[in-house]
Design a protein. Sequence first.
Lengths: 117, 608
Amino acid sequence: MARTILIVDDHPSFRSSARRVLEAGGFAVVGEAEDGASGYAAARDLRPDVVLLDVGLPDADGFRVAGCIKELADPPDVVIVSSRDPSDFGPLVAGCGACGFVAKADLSGDAVAALLP
Amino acid sequence: MSAAGLTPAKRAAITAIGFAGLLGVAWTIVAVLTSSHASPEWLILTLLLTIGSSFTATGMYAWARRPDSWFGLQLSAVGLAWFATALAAADDDLLFTIGVLVGSLYAAVIVHALLGFPTGRLRSRGERVFVVSVYLLCVVGPLLMLLVTAPDPDLPRNVLLVDANDRLADVVDAVLRGGSLAAAVGATILLVLRWRRATAPERRLLAPVLWSGAATTAGLALSLTGQLLNLPGGVLNVFDFAGLFVFASIPFAFVTGIVRANLSRGQSVGRLVARLGDAEAGRGAASLRDALAIALHDRSLAIAYWMPAGGPGGSAGPAGAGGERDGAGGRYVDAAGQPVALPEPGSGRSFTEVEREGRRVAAIVHDASLDEEPELVRAAGAAAALALENERLDAELRVQIAEVRASRKRLLEVVTRERRRIERDLHDGAQQRLVALALTLGIAEHQVASDPEQAQALIREARDEARLALEELRELARGIHPAILTDRGLGPALEALASRAPLPVELADVPAERLPPPVEGAAYFVVAEALANVAKYAAASHAEVIVQRVNGHAVVEVRDDGVGGADPEAGTGLRGLEDRLSALDGRLAVFSPSGRGTTIRAEIPCTS
């Protein structure tokens, strides 16, 4: 069975591209959210296997949203995504509970799958 | 001596007083020497002439010296009223009666003059009521006495006598004596109160006149009390003599005060010059203020420095802003460069402006009483003019530095804000498009073997994405610094700007030659910001852009026919422009009357 994934990003154009890429890569996209609050709610309600989480959300910093999601009971894996380079964030990625980082331009089903434990 | 305000009418009035005084002298001599009832003749003559002429002459001098004050006139009136008492020496019945009738008038006038000193104007309603009562007492009182009293047989006849009635006369006499005593005590109290309420500089001015005046009224009160107590005649004579002596001293006290002021003025200014010389080493606004405060004996003294408009801190608006005095294009600031307001008339404070080589330098803000010694303040101001000018330049510099500091800080804020905006624009715009482009190409790559048609469609999509990304980058680069401005100059850059504007923009008069790059940049962004504002807020149908070179300045004007009412303080855009311009010593003005369109005008010096 395909793994389920939730996309949290404030740019609609990225969400639609990501949905196509991930579905082509073998994921089942179960939802999209445009900010931290709705992303957290969707992660809690939809119970996806993976959350693809953007760093620069309009209402919150993606790292903090990741921390909140990881506190859910039986939390999903979180993959941080950004158009910036991971080096721009220093130790934040490792410290937030996410299992990895993927640059937006390098996003693919394989890239996400490779990060999952 | 200042003759400012000495109008021809006042000059004529003073001359007339002089003639009246001469007439008074002549009449007094004739009347007393020919009188059959005035004795001892020589004593009476000496008293009448000395007191009458000294008051009249001193009053004329005082009036010529301070034409704005009524005190001089009042002093002369005392002298003339005093001469009028000589009518009572006449042997003619009518003149004798008039003489008795007006014989006390001088007392009312001297009370009026003393209470009004030095301006000649009474200060309160209470004082006015008091003075009117004293006048009534001094005119109506003798009239009532004359109606019921028959003079001694060896005096001329009282023509006003209706019916000699000794009992009625006694009553009237008692009432008059009581009233006079009350008036004398009241005047003394008012004079003492006046002294107690006076500020220190005021007291120096008031001292001689006020004290001789208070002594006179107090002496009169004593003499009247003595009469009520039926003291022996010898004592009363001493009281009367002392009273007359003090009364006669008032004009001399006044003149003494002026002489003393003149002397102390010379000394004060001399010491001021010496102190300023010493102060040069440890120069400073505080020591200059102190030196002037000491010279003018006014510890509350303050200095306001004149800041001409167009200098630093001059508002870029069409008129000098701030509630400071006058439209001569400037304002007053303190030594720290903060705007100050000069005192209003009637506030107890006053000011004297100091000029140097025809230019306004500063204003000395002082106690209003120093207005009575304008020569002193002016002389001190003249002596300190150079030092004041130095301090003024210092204050100007401080204003300038504060201005530069504030604008530097704002400029930094503008730069930071701009960088943040550019980063945001890049992130939200071109970067997102390039991400989408990469992702689309990734999918296409996967599908090129399995579904070449789908892959082709994706590649087309990717190309559109790339084109849009390029367009956004171009727009952004233009916002940072338009290439056309660097390559081709202001005219073509403004044409491009006008062609992209969402409303018709007419471009008039752009200089063909190149200007220094910072000037071109500033001019371009003034127009860009102004047109952006027109599009956003003005609801205009048309805008006009003019760039001219005037006196070494590039003058940029953007006018629209919109709703007006723009507030240059409200938006960050115009403020940022102002700072950008001030870095080039340029200025920005916004004229935006409600309903009559907006004109934004920038003046940028073209020094390269």
